[in-house]
Design a binder for this molecule. Structure first.
Ligand code: MV4
Length: 450
């Protein structure tokens, strides 16, 4: 097992990893930017090293500084968390070349799944259903027109280098195609340095359901069932839950096996997530794979009684997994609390937390790095806490969540808590009758008091 792990991240996920390490008897090294000197991850780690000024490009994304911190501290492994360098193949490569175990997949596995078209090609070859569309890059507008005629409108243009919704464009008819193609290409080129586009049939009102997977260094794979993440705004997830209210035992078996075929095809080693869109007829289609631990991993932990971070560390250290799949035994929901003002179009609301009461009691888990007196810096992601509730039934988990969010008391900044409460009280949500478009309706009836 590792003796000392450097955590190349900040905020709640850095804390989450530090806590797992402490329980495993592994020493921890925090890295932090000048803006994070009063952060809890700095306090809770055994050692902490300042790696630069507030902008992420000069600190949490600065590879030479992080590797230097690992050298100085004598760490034997690096955990990237999520975001920042978690899916940077070059970073993973450099960690290993510098003698540190990267707690994540092999660089070529990150690379393959990072290229969304390549990922889709591998999935298709492994017998995983994919959305009908182009086979690879759509080279020019004539090819685009030809494929669109085959699959039918509406179609979706996606950036090969994209992911997470960036650089996507819906095209309703042939007369819009040429302009959309040009715009999407330029946008992708500006955002990712690569304009390549691929095309898919646009699915109407799909659900976003993802399968948690794990693979070890000996080729053994398993899945840990699904999370439903259909409640998203601007491709940022707001609420996640497990099991999905739309799931059936048969669909879970099929989607789980499909996810395993994909990771088996690349001999994936690490925790990972295979994302699918599911239509109203329960047809499912692979869209992308995330080769990291995810923000919403706690909902899986709470329904399985399985510590995903500890298991991830063990896999990196060469421990074998059993190969048996896991199924939800309870129901869990997560609400992501952001320091944003939902009354002012979600404008970020950094600042000092004057007063704080965090909810507790039965069935409530809070993953957060905030405390009374803490100043939220403006430089990073606005997520400040995750509230996870668990119950024997979905209804119980929802009712506990409402109770917990009503108890959550925070002064000094604005948060997305009022929006969460509004969504949790919607009849459609309570019935489990929602999809990736439902957020629009929920927002329309949302009247934040001011
Ligand atoms: C789609 C789609 C409909 N049809 N692909 C958005 C983020 C990226 N991961 C994939 N996304 C979508 N791809 C086809 N062929 C609709 C979405 C989509 C979406 C997906 C998941 C969660 C929320 C979403 C909100 C709008 C659109």
């Amino acid at each position: 097992m590792f003796r000392k792990i450097l955590i190349a991240n900040r905020g709640e996920i850095a804390l989450r990893i530090i806590r797992a390490c402490r329980e495993m008897g592994i020493k921890t090294v925090a890295v932090y930017s000048e803006a994070d000197k009063d952060s809890l991850h700095v306090w809770f780690a055994d050692e902490a090293i300042c790696i630069g000024p507030p902008p992420a490009s000069e600190s949490y994304l600065n590879i030479p500084r992080i590797i230097s911190a690992a050298v100085i501290s004598g760490a034997d492994a690096i955990h990237p968390g999520y975001g920042f360098l978690a899916e940077n193949a070059q970073f993973a490569e450099l960690c290993e070349k510098s003698g540190f175990k990267f707690i994540g997949p092999k660089p070529d596995q990150i690379r393959k799944m990072g290229d969304k078209m390549e990922a889709k090609r591998i999935a298709k070859q492994a017998g995983v259903p994919t959305v009908p569309g182009s086979d690879g890059v759509v080279k020019d507008i004539d090819t685009a027109r030809q494929i669109a005629r085959q699959i039918g409108f509406p179609i979706l243009l996606k950036a090969a280098a994209g992911g997470g919704g960036k650089g996507m464009r819906i095209v309703e008819s042939e007369k819009e195609l040429e302009r959309a193609f040009e715009q999407a290409y330029q946008e992708a080129k500006a955002a990712f340095g690569r304009g390549d586009l691929y095309m898919e049939k646009f699915l109407e009102e799909p659900r976003h359901i993802e399968i948690q997977v794990a693979g070890d260094q000996y080729g053994t794979v398993c899945h840990l069932s699904e999370r439903e993440c259909s409640i998203q705004r601007k491709y940022q997830k707001l609420i996640e839950e497990s099991p999905s209210p739309f799931m059936t035992p048969e669909l879970r078996e099929e989607m789980g096996n499909a996810a395993l075929r994909l990771i088996d095809a690349i001999k994936y080693e690490n925790m990972g997530t295979v994302e699918f869109l599911v239509d109203r007829h329960r047809n499912f289609y692979f869209i992308e794979m995330n080769t990291r631990i995810q923000v919403e991993h706690p909902v899986t932990e709470e329904v399985m009684f399985y510590d995903l971070i500890k298991e991830q560390i063990k896999i990196a250290a060469g421990v074998a997994i059993s190969g048996k799949n896991y199924y939800p035994q309870r129901h869990a929901i997560e609400c992501r609390i952001n320091a944003e003002d939902p009354a002012k179009n979600f404008i970020p609301s950094p600042g000092t937390i004057q007063t704080l009461y965090l909810p507790g009691g039965r069935g409530v888990r809070i993953d957060t790095h905030i405390y009374a007196g803490y100043t939220i810096p403006p430089h990073y992601d606005s997520m400040i806490a995750k509230v996870i509730t668990v119950g024997l039934t979905r209804e119980e988990a929802i009712n506990t969540m409402i109770r917990a969010l009503e108890e959550f008391y925070i002064e000094g900044i604005q948060t997305t808590i009022p929006l969460h409460l509004h969504i949790l009280r919607q009849e459609a949500f309570r019935r489990g009758n929602y999809n990736t478009h439902s957020i629009r309706e929920f927002m329309e009836s949302f009247r934040p008091e001011k």
